[in-house]
Write a protein that binds this ligand. Structure first.
Ligand SMILES: [Zn+2]
Length: 311
């Protein structure tokens, strides 16, 4: 649970001290923001290592990036939206990579001591993973083998898993740093969320209850009905239904993949013979398209981040 994505870890470990009292990381006046960020790629914090161990992952060890891996990380950091880079410049303590995360775990974003800064710790093998592999693995956990032979395949184009994960995780830091999901009646929750975990009754009634939303694994044969239901919601992915924070991070990440990387997201359900039963294009769901304007507005304006970037 902890390592599924990990904004949960932020909330449980540090719900106080994020605003107002937070110290900002020092920034150099001369280096570019991306250079500043790559300089923070380092060893995982003790707290992050402790969190992995606490989650039963005894075999997790720090990973030192090769020169090639480091340049991939640098490129991914450079491609982040300006607001994400600027918030990370103020709020990122370290970006670290580890080996030995079992299964499909991704990593975690956790507060660094009580400084208001964050550590992002990621599974090192993400650096070489394709976006489609990453997404398909994650999505298949929603369904249980029921003998029907039905499978789900996700295709993500435009960028790689590392860039997607950094887009997603950095959006959590933007969210916390700028108080986006914490502010009542914000434009990202309006009509969708009544609290960080609760949807409005109308949206909740339309939204499939999956493993990501506290439900059980669904029989694979229900995949088609599940994505049909999702297409009538404001959510870009099943994972976005987990909480308002995940919804925000997913919306920003996919907005950027569409807009900056000219990518797409396609979900396919296939039968036992490998024939495609149905395809969905979540970036074109009407409920999602309508919300991309909110992301445009956020990325173009400093209004949501006045506490970090005073005029
Ligand atoms: Zn997340």
């Amino acid at each position: 649970m902890l390592l599924r994505c990990a904004v949960l870890a932020i909330l449980t470990l540090n719900s106080a001290g994020l605003y107002g009292r937070a110290q900002d990381a020092p920034a150099s006046a001369t280096a570019s923001v991306a250079d500043e960020l790559i300089a923070r790629v380092g060893s995982p914090s003790k707290l992050a290592m402790k969190a992995f161990k606490k989650a039963g992952m005894q075999g997790v060890t720090p990973h030192t990036l090769t020169a090639e891996e480091r340049s991939k990380v640098e490129a991914a950091l450079k491609s982040l939206p300006t607001i994400s880079k600027r918030v990370l410049e103020k709020k990122l303590h370290s970006l670290a990579f580890v080996d030995g995360i079992p299964g499909e775990g991704t990593g975690l974003t956790s507060p660094y001591a009580k400084t208001g800064l964050y550590d992002i710790t990621l599974r090192a093998s993400i650096v070489d993973e394709s976006l489609s592999t990453f997404l398909t693995t994650k999505e298949r956990r929603v369904f249980a083998d029921d003998g029907s032979g039905t499978t789900v395949t996700v295709t993500g184009t435009g960028t790689n898993a590392l860039t997607y994960v950094l887009l997603h995780e950095s959006s959590h830091v933007v969210d916390k740093g700028c108080g986006i999901t914490a502010s009542p009646h914000g434009k990202f929750e309006d009509g969708i969320w009544t609290s960080l975990k609760e949807m409005t009754p109308t949206v909740a009634a339309d939204t499939p209850k999956t493993y990501f939303r506290g439900g059980a694994k669904l029989p694979a044969a229900e995949a088609e009905a599940t994505y049909d239901a999702l297409s009538h919601t404001p959510f870009v992915s099943l994972y976005a239904t987990a909480s308002e924070m995940e919804d925000f991070a997913e919306l920003v990440a996919w907005h950027e993949i569409l807009d900056q990387h000219q990518g797409d997201l396609v979900i396919e359900v296939k039968d036992a013979h490998g024939n495609t039963l149905k395809q969905w294009h979540p970036l074109t769901f009407p409920g999602v398209q309508g919300r991309f304007a909110n992301v445009d507005e956020l990325l173009a304006s400093r209004d949501d981040c006045r506490n970090l970037f005073p005029e």
